[in-house]
Write a protein that binds this ligand. Structure first.
Ligand code: SF4
Ligand code: SF4
Length: 94
């Protein structure tokens, strides 16, 4: 049985540097968010808790699963769109 990291390695991702398809609306809200559940629920590890208590988002490698916009149910602090055509995740190689 392959590990998740091995499976993810089989995907490819085309970064849209000018237009991230997911953005945190208000960083202050994330800093006050009690559970910061996005940092543990994203299967691609796009959200990370920083040492100062803030949350960083890097959409490289996003699987477009939609979990983060559902899991941020209390604050609704995630602006989520599909990537533009030609960008984003490409399933799967290997
Ligand atoms: S769950 Fe929402 S409000 Fe909380 S840290 Fe994540 S994106 Fe921010
Ligand atoms: S859509 Fe899924 S993979 Fe992409 S950032 Fe949100 S939780 Fe992570």
């Amino acid at each position: 049985m392959s590990k998740i990291e091995e499976k993810l390695f089989q995907d490819r991702y085309r970064v849209d540097a000018d237009r991230p398809h997911i953005q945190i609306k208000d960083a202050e809200i994330c800093a006050r968010c009690r559970n910061q559940q996005c940092t543990v629920c994203c299967p691609a590890g796009c959200y990370s808790r920083e040492a100062d208590g803030s949350v960083a988002l890097a959409t490289d490698g996003c699987l477009e699963c939609g979990t983060c916009r559902i899991i941020c149910d209390e604050h609704r602090n995630v602006a989520w769109e599909w990537p533009r055509g030609g960008f984003g995740i490409l399933f799967k190689f290997g």
